[in-house]
Design a protein around this ligand. Structure first.
Ligand code: C2E
Ligand code: MG
Ligand code: MG
Length: 393
């Protein structure tokens, strides 16, 4: 049998209490798990917050579930560090051979898959099953298709969504959003394939594709616009690639685009995956004169100390808060607070997902600088965006 487990709240602990405490906690976790191993079991750390446990010679999945409950109980005991009591929670995935995989490698992969499902559904454990099997096959097949689409480049295209300055109603930029129409699966939503690209490492090639095409469209179509920015979304992996800034510079040079017309959006959660490396990379972009924005702000766990050090010029409020701010007083309070926070840090704020006039007006009253959303325009292909610009001069 193979168990895979992830400590759910390590990210939060790291950002709230610091990485040193996070490291100590992982040592505690490792020794708690070790104490509960049998002679024949084998424990291995497989990720920042993840472990795998090999439990050989077990008779079926019931025994594996018993093993899991032993580990779950061991982890439920609070941990005492620096006079504080911490409560951890973990999500386990279970796979046994031959029921859930013909060999160790596939059992391991399936245990990891079940673990993600458990974490997503906030369960103590999930046993790998046929439904997951089908989803894992589909994901694998989508990954293969995406790999092919990236090397051929024909199924991908870009759409551009306008961004407007609230006070003046002037269109000041656009966000490039990738679209994928696949022969077998039809139109695949970015919400589905971006996570696949992220997990398989393909996302870096995707970013490069988006960068090159967005920069080319800008220089061929919109270079005459004053103070106009094109935003692209970059992933955690891009931030870790030391050659990425150089690649951005070369692309900009090729198309004679100034760095200040390019804006990179990085989600708050991507930034918090490797905060120190992210900061370094962002500083390099800042020196190059490229603009930076924190996307989906409010959904990650960045601390104010960290935020203060980031060389970004913009916060982008997540659409989950903006979309509800008319009916939900708490969301409206969050939006107002983020706007004030950003301004106090000398940043400007853009709200995403603005769908109606009432929301736009409320944002204006709160002093929000920019907005983006269906109210203004949906993401559209480049020629259509050019027409849009002409109509909004
Ligand atoms: P995001 O960067 O936060 O992009 C904004 C998303 O909100 C887009 O979804 C956009 O179509 C949608 N949206 C815009 N206005 C409205 C509105 O008024 N109401 C609602 N309900 N939604 C609105 P999309 O294009 O499906 O993209 C989803 C996510 O996929 C993006 O979120 C981004 O994280 C990711 N993504 C898209 N293109 C790329 C890309 O080229 N590279 C990377 N790394 N990620 C991308
Ligand atoms: Mg974005
Ligand atoms: Mg966003």
């Amino acid at each position: 049998g193979v168990l895979a487990l992830v400590i759910d709240n390590l990210h939060q602990i790291n950002s709230v209490m610091g990485h040193q405490i996070g490291d100590l906690i992982m040592q505690h976790v490792a020794s708690r798990l070790t104490e509960n191993l049998r002679e024949v079991d084998f424990l291995q750390r497989i990720g920042a917050a993840e472990f795998a446990i090999l439990i050989p010679h077990i008779q079926g999945r019931q025994v594996a579930v018993l093993a899991v409950s032993k580990f779950v109980n061991a982890l439920h005991e609070p941990i005492h560090i620096g006079g504080r009591e911490l409560h951890l929670s973990a999500a386990f995935g279970i796979a046994v051979v031959p029921e859930h995989g013909e060999d160790g490698a596939s059992a391991f992969q399936h245990a990891e898959f079940a673990m993600r499902e458990a974490a997503r559904s906030q369960l103590d454990y999930v046993i790998f099953n046929r439904g997951l099997q089908e989803r894992s096959r589909e994901l694998y097949s989508l990954e293969t298709e995406l790999r092919r689409a990236l090397s051929e480049g024909e199924e991908l295209h870009l759409c551009f969504q306008p961004q407007v300055e609230i006070e003046s109603d002037r269109v000041v930029g656009c966000e490039a959003l990738v679209r994928w129409r696949n022969a077998k699966y039809g139109e695949v939503s970015p919400a589905k394939f971006i996570p696949i690209a992220d997990k398989s490492g393909l996302v870096h090639r995707l970013t490069v594709w988006v960068l090159q095409n967005a920069v080319r469209e800008y220089s061929e179509r919109w270079a005459g616009q004053e103070d106009f920015t094109v935003s692209i979304n970059i992933s955690a992996l891009d931030l870790l690639d030391p050659d990425f800034p150089e690649l951005v510079v070369r692309t900009l040079n090729t198309w004679d685009m100034s760095p200040r017309n390019l804006l990179l959006e990085i989600t708050e959660s991507a930034m918090m995956e490797k905060p120190r490396a992210a900061l370094k990379s962002l500083e390099r972009f800042h020196h190059l004169g490229v603009q930076l924005s924190i996307d989906d702000f409010g959904t990650g766990y960045s601390s104010l100390t960290y935020l203060k050090r980031l060389p970004v010029s913009e916060l982008k409020i997540d659409r989950s808060f903006v979309g509800n701010m008319n009916d939900d007083a708490d969301d409206a309070t969050i939006v107002r607070t983020v706007i004030d926070l950003a301004h106090n840090f000398g940043l400007h704020v853009i709200a995403e997902g603005v769908e109606d006039e009432a929301t736009r007006n409320q944002l204006q009253a709160m002093g929000c600088d920019l907005f983006q959303g269906y109210l203004l325009g949906r993401p559209m292909p480049a020629p259509e965006f050019s027409d849009f610009l002409e109509r909004h001069q």
